[in-house]
Design a protein around this ligand. Structure first.
Ligand code: FES
Length: 158
């Protein structure tokens, strides 16, 4: 779920939070975590707001936003597709499943479809290697997949 930075109520709530954090040491991380949870992503507009409110350069905000993997610079899709690239899945053609997903969705791995419906994320072992190759869409696991299964699996979420 993402909220635009120009949503007045959310923006005000965020500015109030910044004011409180400013009184404490090391305010940047909690402020960025709050921004991520309120807005869904640290877009350039959100980073500008933080820079403005804290009176620090954009490059400092951007540096932190890109350093930590917990922060997303773009809003994620409604459904997150995690494609396991762990060893067991990799040797059972996970890469071909990933290629097919990429082709069907028209996005590169790591990307989000323009309609913000899906985000495609290669990941480490998902802990169900017996079902390799495995993908997870939100909290549902799909195992023993072949590239030709991909359209049918995606259809369940369209
Ligand atoms: S390697 Fe893919 S689930 Fe473990």
């Amino acid at each position: 779920m993402t909220t635009a930075v120009d949503d007045k109520a959310v923006r005000e709530e965020f500015i109030r939070f910044i004011e409180e954090q400013k009184k404490k040491p090391g305010p940047l991380m909690p402020i960025m975590q709050k921004a991520q949870s309120l807005f869904g992503a640290l877009t350039i507009e959100v980073q500008e707001l933080i820079s403005e409110q804290l009176g620090i350069p954009m490059s400092d905000v951007y540096g932190v936003a890109t350093f930590y993997s917990q922060f997303a610079l773009e809003p994620k899709g409604e459904h997150i597709i995690s494609v396991c690239m762990g060893t067991a899945c990799y040797v059972r053609n996970a890469e071909k499943v990933l290629d097919r997903l990429s082709e069907e969705l028209g996005v590169s791995p790591g990307g989000t479809t323009p309609d913000r419906k899906f985000t495609l994320e290669p990941t480490r072992c998902l802990g169900c290697c017996g079902l390799a190759p495995v993908i997870m869409i939100d909290d549902q696991v799909f195992g023993r997949l072949t590239p030709s299964d991909v359209p049918e699996v995606l259809a369940k979420f369209k």
